[in-house]
Design a binder for this molecule. Structure first.
Ligand SMILES: Cc1ncc(COP(=O)(O)O)c(C=O)c1O
Length: 385
């Protein structure tokens, strides 16, 4: 066994496993959350132009190129309701995934507790482990996946240093309500805890308002807001993310970032400047497009016997499969690839206790309409139990 003890418990990500299975079986892949189309030309042109113009080939500044930090400050200042200083409050990272890791490594000490809301994005517990911290789990349960405020309060204690919050939430598609966000904020203030707010799906909502943690009273000074261009601009392969935080927290994020990746490739940072300066219509179209895809998939699945949990945001949909099987989610997902030739993700991997994922599978609907329809058509041949 060559993998370190720290990382051994986490094995290979479910995405690699399901993608390999999908390829082996010629399956339609609704597993991993990336669009099956290219990103916008105006962003690609900006990156290409920066390469052609020269000056883009060497290390950029450690916290990110100044025009990108300026563009982040300009876009998020109004959204977060305060002026942001690009020099002391914004750090460009290699995707949100690096920002999550850098924030935990830079602000959390070994032995500190970090609260994770289950189901979670799968890098969270790994980043907590890398920081030597101890996870405390709070679980969202079907059918409504609401935060149980008593369970949440019970997770906070003397050793709590941070809570990782993700809204709009992958994989449930929940957009946390103001009441839920305020409950988290109250506890953070009461226990002097840092809120690490992963908002990568901030622009993909279907009605409910996305509440930004840093805008709640008393939270600007204790929140690290994280996001990236991956989901909003259909550029998951570019891996440009950022952390927005008050100077003292930014110092911690940068302390880790400078020795993890040091920087993010210069040309894609120039592209990100153009992305962040997109007109309002861009975001409206993004939402309309995804809402249509959500409805297409959800109605298709419901018509053939699945029980979709209608997402309020993100491009993921959890569905129950009780009419087809009482197998656990992992076995059922495996059988779907092999028999129906459709790849999905078993959400048990997103829980500390995988049994909570039993009875659910996760579909990604960031795919062409024809691909979504083909998946439903293939699934319609599954025999009910
Ligand atoms: C909740 C959440 N956070 C972060 C990420 C990763 O973001 P990035 O690709 O910018 O590293 C994902 C990707 O699926 C996600 O679902």
């Amino acid at each position: 066994m060559t993998v370190s003890k720290r990382l051994r418990p986490f094995g290979v990500t479910i995405f690699a496993e399901m993608t390999a299975l999908a390829q082996a079986h010629g399956a339609v892949n609704l597993g991993q959350g990336f669009p099956d189309w290219d990103g916008p030309d105006f962003v690609k042109d900006a990156a290409a132009e920066s390469m052609r113009a020269g000056g883009s080939d060497q290390y950029p500044p450690m916290p990110g190129i100044p025009p990108l930090r300026r563009a982040i400050a300009d876009r998020y200042g109004p959204l977060l309701g305060r002026e942001l200083d690009p020099d002391t409050e914004i750090t460009v990272t290699t995707g949100c995934t690096e920002a999550i890791c850098a924030t935990l490594l830079g602000l959390v000490d070994p032995g500190d507790e970090v609260i994770l809301i289950n189901p979670y994005y799968d890098s969270y517990p790994v980043a907590v482990a890398l920081a030597g911290a101890v996870p405390r789990h709070v679980t969202l349960r079907p059918p409504d996946f609401r935060l149980d405020l008593d369970e949440l309060a019970a997770a906070f204690g003397e050793r709590t240093r941070a809570i990782l919050v993700n809204t709009p939430h992958n994989p449930s598609g929940r957009v946390f309500t103001r009441e839920e966000m305020e409950a988290i904020a109250r506890l953070c203030i009461e226990h002097d805890v840092i809120a690490i707010s992963d908002e990568v799906y901030e622009e993909i909502t279907f009605g409910p308002e996305h509440i930004r943690m840093a805008t709640l009273p008393g939270m600007a000074e204790r929140t690290v807001t994280l996001s990236s261009i991956g989901k909003t601009y259909s550029l998951t392969g570019w891996k440009v993310g950022w952390a927005i935080a008050p100077p003292a927290f930014t110092a911690g994020v940068r302390a880790a970032h400078q020795f993890m990746t040091f920087t993010t490739p210069t040309p894609v940072q120039h592209g990100a400047v153009a992305a962040l300066r997109a007109p309002q219509e861009f975001y409206a179209e993004l939402r309309t497009g995804y809402q249509r895809k959500r409805d297409l998939l959800a109605s298709g699945l419901a018509a053939i016997g699945f029980e979709p949990h209608m997402p309020q945001g993100t491009y993921f949909l959890l569905a129950g499969y009780s009419q087809f099987s009482d197998e656990d989610d992992r076995s059922f997902a495996r059988r779907l690839v092999e028999e129906a030739k459709v790849a999905v993700i078993p959400p048990g991997v997103f829980y500390d206790d995988p049994r909570h994922g039993h009875g659910l599978i996760r579909f990604a609907f960031c795919k062409q309409d024809a691909v979504l329809s083909e998946a439903v058509e293939r699934l319609s041949r599954l025999a009910p139990r």
